[in-house]
Design a protein around this ligand. Sequence first.
Ligand SMILES: [Ca+2]
Length: 370
Amino acid sequence: MRTKIAFIAAIVVVAVFLFTLSPGRFNQETALIKWGNAPRFNSQTYDYYAKYNYVAFTPGIFDYTPSAVDSLKARNPKIHAGTYFNVHTIAQWTSRAAPGTYARALWDGLSPFYVRTTEGDTACLWLNEPLYDFTSPTVRSIATTTLAEYMRRHSLDLVFLDFFSDPLPDLKKFQAPMYQQLQRGEWDFDRDGVGYFDDPDERALVKRAEYDFMRELIAAMPNFIFVPNGDLAIKEDKFASLCDGLNLENFPCYFFGVVNPVTQADYNKAFANAVDPDYVYSLERLTSNRYRRNPGLVWIEDRYGRGTYGNIAVMFDGVVECMNQQLDSSLPAPPRMFNLVMPKPMHFERTASGISLSRTFGDTTLTISY
Ligand SMILES: [Ca+2]
């Protein structure tokens, strides 16, 4: 408890410090991802969305309100607006989208190409979200063409890709009991009767397809911004070099030594790894020049709401505070907007009680300890 109080106190001190800085120095960027099925725009939500630098909306929303991009750009001329794009599953709700819309085109184009399991069932990644066979160049071409048409129809320039990983996660192993009911049998992309997780050839095939997919998306939309979710861009510089950044979903979950940091101690451990320059996937490394454009856009989502946004944003150049929302209702307040020009390097120390971080701004040094 004492550690928790000290941590929170440190966050509060830092937050107060940040708000005392000159507004003229503020430039920290922010992003918003809308998952789930398509919400609708209205004047109130335009004002809200336009506060962000990057907005990736659920598939097809712009078909329902074609003037939405103009409305957003009227409020924020520099906004990058685009779409959430699923690189291997197809949402069931798209089957009910209106004919002629992008969402319906995704369903019509991709739903014939379900992956099957070793028992002939429909392969799913999330519950009721079938995998489409992106190992097929033909299927990838349908997906890419459908996306590119939608992007150009509405003058969009940002794609949030969900997600490129190797291996793909086995949700049945570590997720909620409902995932036990995903499907009968195991994914079998190459239809040889051996499940993906026991089939090295199939895993290699899937990984190659992910690289090919990324390259094909860029080739079809060379000047657009692509931010992938998943671990490939984190683990492999070669993949990162194809992208404009990456997303750290549920930071510091998944990639920083603790899969699901449910306790404060878990969270502190994962956070300490993320900011430790010696950690293999440290933020120091993830924010280095390893992307198609540099600095890359390193989106950090703090689903735990423990104040990570502001602290991380101050410590690392290139970090984008990312808000993740499923629905339009009960929108939370927009994130704090920082505009700090931050010199490197950052000083990191593991201390007896935890960690200490500091960066110097002019004649002021900011330190977080816990
Ligand atoms: Ca197989």
